[in-house]
Design a protein around this ligand. Structure first.
Ligand code: GLC
Length: 760
């Protein structure tokens, strides 16, 4: 708990209110009319933010703000008003937020924390000695804390990749990037990423709370007590961004305005990818690639897991098993396959190995707490050092090696094990690293290790290849979306993990990560034909669309399970490719509005009580609703459609929303619906992006007439940033007559030769 005491003094300069309390100071900065930062410098005077970069802040501040503070002597509070929100700062350091009509949005909780737990028979010391995690069993007092009142039924969303369900109320979580390969259940408190951002939804107002602090932090989301949610941390500052907006899309828009938005990816990266830890030689990779073509299942890459390295030494190539990289890449390139390789940060300690030699000589690795030696732990190659990515010199060094890979022809980098993983116990918190020039410890840097590794990779690739980089990461922090796509790490071939995919990807999307995916079929464990079919169906609209499995488990390519599975698999990979222009349009829109491709229903139907807790359906943008079967043996799907009129993608059957109904769902069928009035762009069939010119577009229309803004560019380079793209507005009236307007004309991207309208 932070002690404040009474307000002694305050000043307001431009948009910053500085308040001196008896025992602490606080600054409240108005960034926009809807984004207010509350900062208590408990650990450092600076924010040292990794999520909010200077460039983002400048952009946010340029949006304009006007704020005005007055002292309310009756209540002994300072009232700070923007054009949309009022923050009231009171004795005791309590900060409350209201809308301008005086309606309460988020109030500081003023009482004692009262746990619903009873300790009873637990002997904590004994439990701890037996290795149990006892931290959640008591109310631990931590130096950084913010406790806020929530309504008795206020749902809470967000927190990135955390396991469990969409509505995170009544659960507790930790932000400490964790590589735990056991089956992720809804009781898991931490996974690979730390995204300390929660979205709360009151009946009339949605708002966000972003606690920007990279130290180990904790969220108790009305679990301990139904009347409040509590944020706490082991160290760092209280650095809270209150994010208003009123509705969920506006809150997500504001959060991504603050922390940055994912840049537009290359079109092919949104296609299908195949992977396996254990494609252990050139023959294996080539045969898998060729089989996709032979079976007419579209595919962009067969990715290279750690097997391609020489003895798991990062930035090396196992020529013995894979032959010369250039030859293999070229052979596969001719068939449309793009090389994507895994990179791990752990660098093998071995005399004569160039990465070890360079890193050691230049002092690029983490150091032991006493600063006498480089810190050693173990990962795949055995004893390893950890590059200190917080420093630009180290990122640049790493980037040069990334460039050597792209020079060889590599087109995408998949960063793994960057929590960082460590096989000989966790890295001690006092291991020394740097945040640029500032010496600090792993305690501060742990949660941003993957963030900085992604930044190193992205910056190098962007400068070197002159194209939009494909970077994928397992670990990251808020704001990493500027550099990298994400996947959810080591799931398993479990129905419960297929079920969890939907809330997990929707939550990542609500936290600014629009390019996200899971290992289709499940990474660990053995998949079944039925599970694989339902998984490829359910993931068909995901933006990082990859089947991946672990060495030692049964192989997971669709043809391992017979022709029925191959046919179903092909149908849904083709469905994904058909809708690629729509997915790409949503990525284009995301640059403006920060909204993801895959969205929970609650994002657009906030007031619908069914939508607020719906875990087994999702929206693709606003126009498509997907209701996959995620239960073993189920052949009839209970579908819920929200308000409006919807049409089955497959049969055109009309359904009125705000009700449940049953739809037959044999193994080869996934219910998909299009909203009335939609105009949705689709492509013709293709084996891979680049196979043929994308010069024909089809517009699927659902009755009602409507319009859609469609984006078209070269799909790879950065010239779109200078306006080299075509932007069309397609309007279709009740008679299906099309009007096309060109809103922007590209310099070098040819417009469509043919546009066809089909009704659903
Ligand atoms: C980690 C990754 C997994 C990868 C494996 C071997 O477990 O999460 O995707 O296949 O390491 O590199």
């Amino acid at each position: 708990m932070i002690e404040f005491g009474k307000i002694l003094n305050w000043t307001m300069t431009d948009n910053v209110l500085s308040v001196e309390f008896e025992k602490n100071n606080m600054t409240i900065s108005v960034l926009t009319d809807e984004i207010i930062n509350v900062f208590v410098p408990l650990w450092a005077k600076e924010h040292y933010s990794k999520a909010v970069e200077e460039s983002d802040l400048e952009r946010v501040l340029r949006k304009g703000r006007s704020a005005n503070a007055v002292f309310n002597s009756e209540k002994s509070c300072i009232e700070l008003s923007t054009a949309k929100i009022k923050a009231v700062i009171c004795d005791g350091g309590y900060v409350d937020f209201y809308d301008l009509s005086g309606k309460e949005i988020s109030k500081a909780y003023r009482g004692e924390r009262v746990s619903r737990r009873t300790i009873g028979i637990f002997d904590m010391e004994l439990l701890a000695a037996e290795g149990h995690d006892t931290t959640g069993l008591l109310n631990i007092q931590r130096p950084v804390e913010d406790v806020r009142v929530v309504d008795s039924d206020e749902p809470i969303y967000g927190l990135g990749d955390k396991s469990g369900f969409l509505n995170k109320r009544s659960y507790e979580y930790e932000n400490w990037n964790t590589d735990d390969p056991s089956a992720h259940t809804e009781q898991f408190r931490s996974l690979y990423k730390s995204i300390p951002f929660a979205i709360c939804k009151k009946p009339e107002y949605a708002y966000g709370l972003f606690y920007d602090n990279t130290f180990h932090s904790y969220f108790d989301l009305a679990k301990e007590n139904a009347s409040y949610m509590a944020y706490s941390a082991d160290d760092g500052n209280l650095d809270l961004y209150f994010i208003g907006g009123g509705n969920i899309p506006a809150v997500v828009g504001n959060y991504t305005l603050l922390t940055g938005r994912a840049p537009l990816p290359q079109l092919w990266t949104l296609g299908y990818h195949q992977c396996r830890w254990g494609y252990s030689n050139a023959k294996d990779i080539t045969e898998v690639a060729e089989k996709f073509r032979e079976l007419d299942i579209p595919c962009e890459s067969v990715q290279y897991d750690i097997d391609y390295m020489d003895g798991y030494r990062v930035f090396t190539w196992n020529e013995k098993d894979y032959g010369p990289a250039g030859e293999l890449f070229e052979k596969l390139r001719l068939k449309g396959f793009k090389p994507v390789v895994i990179i791990d940060p752990g660098t093998k300690r071995e005399e004569g190995y160039f990465m070890y030699e360079e890193g050691t000589k230049n002092g690029y690795f983490f150091r032991n707490a006493d600063d006498t030696e480089d810190y050693v732990n173990a990962v795949w190659p055995g004893d390893s050092n950890y590059p200190d990515f917080g420093r630009k010199a180290v990122r640049d060094w790493w980037g040069e090696h990334v460039n050597s890979l792209t020079d060889m022809g590599v087109m995408g980098i998949w960063n793994d094990m960057n929590e960082p993983a460590s096989f000989k116990g966790p890295l001690p918190e006092d291991v020394i690293g740097y945040d640029e020039d500032r010496k600090t410890t792993h305690r501060e840097l742990h949660n941003v290790y993957g963030h900085y590794m992604s930044k190193a990779t992205y910056d190098a690739m962007k400068a070197h290849i002159g194209k939009r980089p494909l970077v994928i990461t397992r670990a990251c922090y808020s704001g990493s979306q500027k550099y990298t796509a994400v996947w959810t790490g080591d799931n398993q071939s479990l129905w419960s993990h297929l079920q969890m995919m939907i809330p997990q990807l929707c939550s990542l999307g609500m936290c600014g990560f629009p390019i996200a995916g899971v290992d289709i079929g499940g990474f660990g464990g053995d998949t079944t034909p039925e599970l694989l079919c339902r998984w490829i169906e359910a993931a068909a609209f995901s933006t990082f669309f990859r089947n991946h499995s672990a060495n030692g488990c049964i192989r997971q390519e669709p043809w391992q399970f017979g022709t029925e599975v191959v046919d179903i698999y092909r149908k849904f990979v083709k469905l994904h490719y058909r809708f690629l222009p729509y997915i790409y349009d949503l990525m284009h829109e995301e640059q403006e509005n920060g909204l993801p491709v895959m969205r929970p229903l609650v994002m657009h139907y906030e007031d619908d009580p069914v939508a607020r807790d719906l875990n087994d359906e999702y929206l693709v943008g606003e126009k498509i609703l997907v209701a996959p079967v995620v239960n073993q043996g189920e052949r009839v799907r209970k579908v819920y459609l929200p308000e409006g009129t919807w049409y089955s993608l497959w049969t055109g059957e009309k359904h009125e929303g705000r009700r449940y109904f049953l739809e037959e769902a044999p193994l080869d069928h996934m219910p998909v619906y299009i909203k009335a009035g939609s105009v949705i762009p689709v492509y013709e069939e293709m084996q891979y992006v680049g196979e043929k010119p994308l010069d024909k577009l089809t517009l699927i229309t659902a009755p009602g007439g409507g319009s859609f803004v469609h984006y078209q560019d070269g799909g790879e380079d950065l010239s779109y940033l200078e306006g080299n793209y075509n932007l069309y507005r397609f309007s279709v009236d009740e008679n299906k007559d099309l009007t096309a307007e060109l809103l922007n004309e590209a310099k070098t991207v040819p417009q469509y030769e043919k546009i066809r309208v089909v009704s659903i």
